[in-house]
Write a protein that binds this ligand. Structure first.
Ligand code: 6PG
Length: 252
């Protein structure tokens, strides 16, 4: 695999949302490290978190990277050097710029056939939890932080409207057409995501306002899969920029 950093962080201009989100996330990372000695983070795909990832790269010195373990909430079934790979996006924006040990990077192997990619990721999650999160209630990690995006159609991770995601399995393969992006995907399911300690939804830009509003107000988890994300022992927060927030008022 030949990936090299394309944009050096010092050449990146961050918008206000990215700057604020970076500061908040650095604080969240430290809070988890103080509480448990390490922090497990599931990254989101898509374009929304890229400013945050670049911000974290700029703030690299403020994070103890050897205590950070990264996973992905979902991945497209493409090779890791494909422009559609969520791993590649995070690598170029963040991971290639920070001293994170390679063994702390737990990617979905999107280059494999769907079934094998799922089985491989389940095994990675199980093995990691056995060592680093032995008190987790299930054979997968209780993520300290899960970052999730929101599609204009209401999907999150690769949990798409109408798709059968109420399953006992922690990871599934799905096929979904969205904005011409790779259709074959692997995603964490609500079963695993709802074990998280902290879930942070990220949404930016005016095209997201309707999806945020509908997700907050319409009690239809089939149509709005993000409604399924409600950890029993965790907190959910939405980080929106002003454009996405529009005239929304916070959910109760
Ligand atoms: C992916 C995602 C997906 C994404 C939304 C929003 O792999 O595509 O993880 O859930 O977060 O589609 O994408 P944007 O941030 O690009 O709007």
């Amino acid at each position: 695999m030949t990936l090299s950093p394309s944009l050096l962080p010092e050449h990146v201009v961050l918008d206000d949302f990215a700057v604020e989100a970076t500061g908040l996330l650095v604080a969240e990372l430290w809070a988890a490290v103080r509480a448990r000695g390490l922090v497990s983070v599931a990254l989101a795909g898509g374009g929304t978190p890229l400013g945050l990832y670049r911000g974290l790269a700029i703030m690299a010195g403020d994070v103890d990277w050897k205590r950070v373990h990264v996973f992905w909430g979902d991945e497209r079934l493409v090779s890791p050097d494909d422009s559609g790979s969520n791993y590649r996006e995070a690598f170029e924006a963040l991971l290639s710029h920070v001293p994170i040990p390679p063994e702390n990077i737990h990617r979905v192997r999107g280059e494999l056939p769907a079934g094998e990619a799922v089985a491989d990721y389940v095994a990675q999650l199980r093995d990691w939890a056995a060592v680093h999160d032995p008190r987790a209630p299930n054979p997968w990690p209780r993520f300290d932080i899960v970052l999730l995006g929101l599609g204009e159609d209401g999907h999150t991770a690769s949990l798409f409207p109408g798709s059968p995601v109420d399953v006992a399995a922690p990871v599934i393969a799905v096929t979904a057409d969205y904005q011409g992006r790779p259709a074959g995907r692997v995603t964490l399911t609500p079963r695993l995501l709802n074990d998280a300690r902290r879930v942070i939804f990220l949404a930016t830009g005016p095209k997201k306002t309707a999806a945020v509003r509908e997700t907050w107000t319409i009690d239809d988890p089939v149509r709005f899969p993000a409604r399924r994300i409600c950890p029993a022992n965790g907190r959910v927060t939405w980080w929106l920029d002003r454009a996405a927030a529009g005239d929304l008022t916070s959910p109760a």
